[in-house]
Design a protein around this ligand. Structure first.
Ligand SMILES: C[S@@+](CC[C@H](N)C(=O)[O-])C[C@H]1O[C@@H](n2cnc3c(N)ncnc32)[C@H](O)[C@@H]1O
Length: 377
């Protein structure tokens, strides 16, 4: 089956995630925000970088609509075509409604307002793609698909903001980015143990267990280990499948990533956001920047040397590393690529995303995250 996927705010990072899960031959980038994926199914709630997925129809849309099961129909349309306009999209929605009415069907249309695309909130609120007869037609150029769902923004926000132990200084990785790092490291494998050696308050650990992996968190700070424990207890208390006897395991202990021995279990994958340094409110002066880069590099190299002898060949690591904004608006990170080889790793390359494309940032952020993906030789 072919699916049309709507990519997130950083489409190149979303594409790398899709390549990791489905392999690059199954992914085709067809517009800045859109990709086609050939697959049996799309695990939308595990893909941090994908906003919406629609199955491409292999029959005319009228035929599909005329076969919908009995009951009231809720219908919306999102048209991602370059020259789509809201009025035409609405007229099309009315046309389908009238056609269905002629067949005796009761239809409610979801208004698309001033845009040819329904907002994620509108799609989600109306459960389009998630319930029988709640239909969202997704169009792009010659493609027409039926939505299988939209990213659950409410659930992400809850997992992000309702956690009991938070630390403004350590900063929190958005759960969507945690999922992306996990997918880049596991390349879609369904089980195993994910290690986060800089676990902080445990966002990656939380997303790992929710995705069915066991999680191993370590951090220099004993306080962070307690925070992670508290947050993981919280997520388990509200997730029945995490309370079962066969639920993913959690290992937590304090340790310095540059010399720790991970003995509780052998990690299969590593997904982590390394220490990003102090939060900054303005771009650092050039001399300060050099110092920050040197410190971060020492930590990263120290960690890679240490973990190298403790993981099997082929183990993949997805790491978010700091990259600092310069006064001219460009970003400058930890230059490690030249040393990867002699440290015993290969850097993973993606068809649709270069190294520079894997920069995750918001305009107002001084410290952005450069994602690097490595494989132990
Ligand atoms: C950027 S935070 C990780 C945040 C985490 N991803 C989260 O969402 O909560 C980095 C963490 O690295 C820890 N850290 C700093 N130096 C370390 C070291 N040498 N070994 C292990 N952890 C270290 C800090 O205590 C901090 O909790």
């Amino acid at each position: 089956m072919t699916f049309l996927l709507v990519l997130g705010r950083e489409p190149k990072i979303s594409l790398a995630e899709l390549e990791a899960i489905f392999s690059s031959s199954k992914v085709k980038h067809i517009a800045p925000q859109l990709a086609l994926v050939t697959a049996h199914s799309i695990p939308l709630n595990r893909l941090g970088g994908t906003i919406k997925a629609a199955q491409i129809l292999d029959e005319p849309i009228q035929d599909f609509l005329s076969k919908l099961p009995d009951g009231k129909i809720t219908l919306g349309i999102s048209d991602y075509s370059e020259h789509a306009n809201p009025r035409k999209t609405w007229e099309l929605a009315l046309k389908y409604k009238n056609m269905l009415k002629r067949h005796g069907r009761n239809v409610r249309l979801v208004p698309n307002g001033k845009s040819p695309i329904l907002t994620s909130a509108a799609s989600h609120h109306n459960q389009l793609g998630e319930k029988t007869n709640h239909i969202e037609i997704v169009k792009f150029s010659k493609y027409t698909g039926i939505s299988i769902g939209t990213q659950n923004i409410t659930a992400y926000a809850k997992r992000d903001q309702a956690r009991p132990a938070r630390d403004a200084f350590v900063g929190m990785l958005p759960p969507k980015l945690a999922q992306i790092l996990i997918n880049l490291a596991t390349t879609g494998a369904k089980s195993g143990t994910i290690l986060d050696p800089f676990c902080g308050t445990g966002v990656i650990l939380q997303e790992s267990v929710l995705m069915g992996y066991s999680a191993y968190g370590t951090d220099l700070s004993e306080k962070m280990i307690q925070y992670s424990q508290k947050n993981l207890d919280w997520i388990a208390s509200r997730t029945p499948r995490l309370q079962k006897s066969n639920a993913p395991k959690l290992y937590l202990e304090a340790g310095d990533a540059t010399d720790h021995q991970w003995k509780a279990t052998r990690p299969d994958y590593i997904a982590s956001e390394i220490y990003l340094g102090h939060p900054l409110s303005a771009p650092p002066a050039e001399i300060k920047l050099k110092q920050l880069q040197q410190d971060a590099k020492m930590l990263l190299v120290g960690f890679l040397k240490n973990i190298g002898s403790q993981i099997s060949a082929g183990t993949q690591l997805a790491l978010a590393t700091p990259s600092w904004k310069r006064p001219d608006g460009s970003y400058s990170g930890v230059n490690i690529l030249d040393e990867i080889d002699k440290l015993g790793y290969n850097a993973i390359k993606y068809r649709y995303a270069s190294y520079d494309d894997l920069l995750y940032y918001r305009e107002d952020q001084i410290v952005a995250r450069q994602i690097i993906v490595l494989r132990k030789k």
